[in-house]
Design a protein around this ligand. Structure first.
Ligand SMILES: NC(=O)c1ccc[n+]([C@@H]2O[C@H](COP(=O)([O-])OP(=O)(O)OC[C@H]3O[C@@H](n4cnc5c(N)ncnc54)[C@H](OP(=O)(O)O)[C@@H]3O)[C@@H](O)[C@H]2O)c1
Length: 433
């Protein structure tokens, strides 16, 4: 007996890196996807900005449009996939799609991190689904894991390398001794970094992803402005070299931990022991370490970006919607807002600290610096002092664990010492086991 396969029409908003990945996966894996989804998926419309662009892809020109309304009011389309990026017009398009009873899949971390709660409410009101697996760590199925597979757990912490561009740059600086500027140029030449790299190197992209995972894992939506963020722009090769001497590797980490009823959330360059698995995640790879009170420690590792890995997550979401049934919606839980849960201020967070000073090359400098640290309850764990016969020499040390507030007070006093030329760098150290 001949099986008549159901057909479903979808639309892509965007045919850039991710859009092409989705297009190619649907074509290459058509047979498997059709079997698994129970539907033959047809891309009926594709919205782009410039219709005349050379796309380097075998796509029927008749389905390409620059008019969103052609997509929105096409009743034969059941699922809209937003891979435009940025806040506008993606936000406006996704709201209109949901209100027109279209299921939506998006890869847009900025959109979900800043407007996710509102979009989830609209999807629930309209009885349609909103999926966003690709918005965090590209191809790594971390959202599904937290939402489904780990729901038996109380999540205690999430620590991750969530941005491939910065990880590529830091890996090049560590392995090849490149400067930040040279490594960034290389990342741009390879297509890992955008012409304006601010979102990646400034830690914003990693922050959006942390915000999304926090809302899923801890059940509360945190105001993005409350999350501490610092990028990698000021990391110098000399700091990477000293890190190696102390047995550390520098990574841009995104972290959230629940401590005494408060959430500690931060994104910043961090020295971690070179023996820790996260220290060995290199190039553009991502890795996310999750600790649950039942499952223990888990690490997810894979490609956090790129045409096919990101397309894989998006197409997985499309298949989930189809398996669930087009007339059903996955009721997305709207997270409580965290008005009752405190996001700890950085002053109250505890860490170890790497501090590099440039000081006069004369006796007694270390004792003056350590006196100030002692007065602020900071003790030194390890010191490196090198380079004689220059006017200023580096004085580098790592502290024991202490409050950030104590470090700030110490730094304010240390920089006033006449023997101190400059505070060259301050990098947090997490002694991950
Ligand atoms: N790239 C990755 O590896 C990756 C990984 C994870 C998540 N994401 C997310 O996926 C989304 C898409 O990223 P991408 O790298 O694929 O971006 P991209 O390569 O810049 O592609 C964007 C696409 O959207 C279209 N577009 C832009 N503005 C538009 C507008 N106003 N109206 C209609 N179409 C418009 C562009 O049209 P034209 O082609 O005509 O210019 C292009 O086809 C972003 O949210 C990004 O954060 C990307």
């Amino acid at each position: 007996m001949e099986v008549i396969m159901k057909k479903v029409k979808i639309a892509l908003l965007g045919l850039g890196t991710v859009g092409k990945g989705i297009f190619n996966i649907l074509k290459t894996n058509n047979e498997e996807i059709t079997k698994r989804a129970g539907y033959d998926i047809e891309i009926a419309k594709i919205l782009v900005r410039d219709k005349n662009k050379n796309r380097d892809i075998d796509v029927d020109e008749n389905i390409i449009t620059t008019n969103f309304e052609e997509v929105l009011y096409d009743e034969s389309i059941d699922i809209i996939v937003e891979v435009i990026g940025g806040l506008q017009p993606a936000y406006e398009y996704v709201i209109s799609a949901l209100k027109n009873k279209k299921h939506v899949v998006t890869a847009n971390k900025l959109l979900i991190a800043s407007k996710g709660d509102e979009l989830i409410s609209i999807a629930n009101e309209e009885g349609v689904s909103l999926y966003y697996e690709a918005s965090v760590a590209g191809g790594i199925p971390i959202i599904h894991s937290i939402k489904e597979s780990l729901t038996a757990n109380k999540i205690e912490e999430i620590i991750g390398i969530m941005n491939g561009t910065t990880n590529y740059i830091l890996s090049k600086m560590t392995e090849e001794g490149l400067s930040y500027e040279t490594a960034l140029k290389e990342a741009q030449a390879k297509g890992y970094a955008e012409a304006d790299p601010t979102s990646d190197v400034g830690g914003y992209d990693a922050l959006y992803k942390l915000r999304i995972l926090t809302s899923l894992a801890f059940g509360c939506s945190v105001d993005i402005d409350k999350i501490y963020r610092e990028g990698i722009e000021s990391i110098k090769p000399i700091d990477i070299d000293y890190a190696k001497e102390f047995g550390f590797t520098i990574k841009l980490l995104s972290m959230v931990k629940e401590k005494s009823g408060a959430l500690e959330m931060r994104v910043h360059p961090t020295m971690i022991p070179s023996t820790h698995p996260l220290a060995n995640v290199n190039d553009s790879f991502n890795a996310i370490f999750v600790k649950g009170n039942a499952v223990g420690e888990l690490m997810y590792y894979g490609r956090g970006a790129g045409e096919l890995p990101t397309g894989s997550a998006v197409v997985g979401d499309i298949i989930s919607i189809l398996r669930n049934g087009l007339n059903n919606s996955i009721i997305a839980k709207k997270e409580d807002d965290c008005s009752n849960i405190e996001v700890s201020s950085m002053e109250k967070t505890k860490s170890e600290y790497y501090i590099r000073l440039s000081v006069k090359d004369e006796p007694g400098v270390l004792s003056k610096v350590s006196t100030i640290l002692g007065e602020n309850d900071v003790s030194i764990f390890s010191v490196i002092q090198k380079g004689k016969s220059k006017e200023f020499v580096p004085l580098v040390f790592v502290t024991h664990k202490t409050y950030e507030g104590n470090i700030k007070k110490s730094i304010d006093s240390i920089k006033k010492l006449p023997v101190v030329n400059k505070i060259e760098s301050l990098i947090r150290v997490e002694n991950l086991k």
